[in-house]
Design a protein around this ligand. Sequence first.
Ligand SMILES: NC(=O)c1ccc[n+]([C@@H]2O[C@H](COP(=O)([O-])OP(=O)(O)OC[C@H]3O[C@@H](n4cnc5c(N)ncnc54)[C@H](OP(=O)(O)O)[C@@H]3O)[C@@H](O)[C@H]2O)c1
Length: 261
Amino acid sequence: MVSLEKHGPWAVVTGASAGLGEQFARQLAPLGFKLVLVARRAGRLEALAADLSRLHGAQCRVVALDLASEGADAALDEATSALEVGLLVNNAGSGYYGRFLRQDRTRFAAMVRLNCEAVALLAHRFAGRFAARGRGGMVIVASTAAFQGTPHMALYGATKGFDLLLGEALAQEMKGTGVDVVTLCPGATATEFQAAAGGTPHAGADAAAVVRDGLRALGRRPVVVPGVANKLQVVSERLLPRSLVVALGERVLRRFDPGGR
Ligand SMILES: NC(=O)c1ccc[n+]([C@@H]2O[C@H](COP(=O)([O-])OP(=O)(O)OC[C@H]3O[C@@H](n4cnc5c(N)ncnc54)[C@H](OP(=O)(O)O)[C@@H]3O)[C@@H](O)[C@H]2O)c1
């Protein structure tokens, strides 16, 4: 369970301008966390900071940054170096719907940099800071897409598989250091993700509930899949032949790919 004593006083939340990241900030502020809000859209971050200050008296810093750009991890480390950061919510990420060969490969590098490289570099920088002070926590946001190949969003699923394997390993490595690591694997969630990824709009879980599950699992278990249906999906996938799981997944994901029919 997240705690101000163990994981505070400052929390860095990447991707705080929308969706799950905004929810993380909204749930951490009333617990007394001070917040570093990170994303590209500064206006959104400023508005959120003003809201959290008004509602909870939360102290916030805004860092407008493209995490897919070269040196972004160093810039965020530097921007927070004077703060006692105890929690990193490694959440910013983006998707891309479409059959692989129909996709624009000039978009691939930025997605891999954001979903994989930035997650790993920030994990290394901040977990190092936490280990040096003997306490801290990190949430890595992967996806249920991490558990099997995801036709019609093949590269995205691969990036989330990277996040899951990284987070799982770090949770084990950090045992005994005072640093908790949890990898949160949401299924479809109602955020701006689907629109940004070029997907057909479809229903998703409540972002607040997903975030609550993630914060509750910190320090308790290495991986959390929020929601009963998602848990059942992940468990049943372990029992079925992998080729069948991927083929069934394609039938679902094809419906969300506007060019997939
Ligand atoms: N929603 C779902 O169905 C779902 C399911 C499973 C996993 N996830 C994962 O959940 C995480 C959060 O996604 P979400 O659903 O909350 O999506 P979202 O509503 O689209 O929010 C994405 C956040 O990431 C930020 N971001 C995107 N590109 C960035 C960049 N280059 N540099 C810095 N920040 C960037 C966005 O801010 P700016 O645009 O202002 O930069 C925004 O704050 C992602 O890792 C995603 O893979 C989502």
